[in-house]
Design a protein around this ligand. Structure first.
Ligand code: NDP
Ligand code: 2IT
Length: 453
């Protein structure tokens, strides 16, 4: 590791102890950026990266609520306002028991570069809570969302900070959060994205992250004069991103064969078709059931329980040309990467944020496969959030065709800029360097223009 990176990382670790995911995200970016910092000493002199690493503001608060039995619960709420150089803070909210400061800081840090790549005027932020929505009634989820917003509303606004969904935060939660914000502020504004279609939401926003990750994979394949038709794909997760990844894969003639949740995964050799996907959507979005039910329902599909003590995930050990990790961070480790490569995988498009460990990423880069890092490949979600903000500001609604065309163009543009940037810095085909450098440069120029603030 270059001395600049090792010194920087020593400082980051000392100042942010125990935040391993944040350290990991910073290290990956810093390693790419040595290429640009060597060519552009003014960035190093102005300590741009050192400033980006320090959140502009971190808000931590109590969210106390009562369950249906009358029992009281105390959760912790967060909003990380990471960087506002190119626009209001923008990024999702995650509700999951694993949520802590380090995880949200890694997500907010990644979001800064991702949002810059979309070409839309959005800064980076992320928030959430260690609240676990699993097994909670709609009324309990509503009470929690209201408690959470009773503090968060002070810190957000359509020109300040615009939250959206992430793990555990979908249409239902966005509705409850928006309702409380509107009541407290007595204002109907575009303060959240992912809103319902009858109250300011944009068509295609629910689909956008999954569609975008597939468009990105297809663009990477085009550089080798190939496409997704007839290719087998492993998909993890069974939530928002996974569902619409599967849908777009089917549309483009690929064969998705897996889905997962925190209990295990299903493998369907015949392929997940539209009818089976409808079943999954009802199972996960309405009944909030377990993915194992898929194997009870469809002949030939196999459910495998995943033992968290195993040092690899058998989902990534099937024969397939493509992988779309769409569940959570670090779900592909070094062993999984070795298994994927051995089984002939040569396209990885990250729907999730940082789903591959540093070891896994290095194996993909060394093998020179088509590897689309999350901050590029999953940017379609936040890009379409940006389109929702634009429609809200203009008080108009675009059609499905219009939004989908814009999403497609944004993904193609992100692909091309990452590809060209990687080439320009002497690492052709390395989309990690391309994404990190292109995202950083845009934010860095804005920070230089705006002085030391
Ligand atoms: P959802 O809550 O809709 O779905 C998450 C899925 O991943 C569920 O199947 C869940 O299983 C599984 N999962 C979550 N955490 C874990 C875990 N620790 N171990 C095993 N499985 C887990 O979330 P999304 O689909 O919205 O998000 C998925 C990923 O995509 C995240 O990394 C998110 O940051 C990223 N992303 C999301 C965007 C969006 O627009 N929604 C945009 C860009 C990135 P279970 O239900 O059993 O917990
Ligand atoms: O990680 C992400 O980009 C998201 N969860 C979406 C953020 C957004 O503001 O739409």
């Amino acid at each position: 590791m270059e001395k600049y990176v090792s010194d920087l990382m020593a400082g980051v670790k000392a100042k942010n102890p125990g935040e391993s995911e944040f350290h990991q995200a910073v290290q990956e970016v810093a390693e790419s950026l040595t290429l640009v910092l060597d060519r552009e000493p003014r960035y190093r002199k102005a300590k741009i990266l050192e400033r980006i690493i320090e959140p502009e503001r971190v808000i931590m608060f109590r969210a106390a609520w009562q369950d249906d039995k009358g029992e009281l619960h105390v959760n912790r709420g967060f909003r990380i306002q990471m960087n506002s150089a190119i626009g209001p803070y923008k990024g999702g909210l995650r509700f999951h028991p694993s949520v802590n400061l380090g995880i949200l800081k890694f997500l907010a840090f990644e979001q800064v570069f991702k949002n810059a790549l979309t070409t839309l005027p959005m800064g980076g932020g992320k928030g959430g809570s260690d609240f676990d929505p699993h097994g909670r009634s709609d009324a309990e989820v509503m009470r929690f969302c209201q408690a959470f917003m009773c503090e968060l509303f002070r810190h957000i606004g359509p020109d300040t900070d615009v939250p959206a969904g992430d793990i555990g935060v979908g249409a239902r939660e966005i509705g409850f959060l928006f309702g409380m914000y509107k009541k407290l502020k007595d204002e109907f504004t575009g303060v959240m994205t992912g809103k319902g279609l009858t109250w300011g939401g944009s068509v295609i926003r629910p689909e956008a992250t999954g569609y975008g990750a597939v468009y990105f994979a297809d663009e990477m394949l085009k550089t080798r004069k190939e496409d997704l038709k007839g290719k087998t794909a492993l998909v993890s997760g069974a939530g928002n991103v996974a569902q619409y990844t599967v849908e777009k894969l089917i549309t483009l003639g690929a064969k998705p064969v897996t889905l997962s949740d925190s209990t295990g995964y299903i493998y369907d050799e015949q392929g997940i078709d539209r009818d089976k996907l409808m079943f999954v959507m009802d199972l996960k979005n309405n009944r909030r059931g377990r993915i194992s039910e898929y194997a009870d329902k469809f002949k030939g599909a196999v459910f495998t329980k995943v033992d968290p003590k195993l040092d690899y995930n058998p989902l990534w050990n099937h024969k397939a040309e493509c992988a779309f990790p769409s569940a959570t961070q670090n779900e592909i480790n070094g062993k999984d990467a070795t298994n994927l490569l051995r089984n002939g995988c040569y396209v990885v498009s990250e729907g999730a944020n940082m789903p591959s460990t540093i070891d896994a990423v290095n194996q993909f880069l060394d093998a020179k496969i088509l590897f689309g890092p999350g901050k590029a490949a999953n940017a379609g979600g936040v890009a379409t959030s940006g389109l929702e903000m634009a429609q809200n500001s203009m008080r108009i609604r675009w059609t499905r065709e219009e939004v989908d065309a814009r999403l497609f163009n944004i993904m193609k543009n992100i692909h091309d800029v990452c590809y060209r940037t990687a080439e320009k810095y002497g690492t052709p085909g390395n989309y990690v360097n391309g994404a990190n450098i292109a995202g950083f440069t845009k934010v860095a120029e804005a920070m230089l223009d705006q002085g030391l603030v």
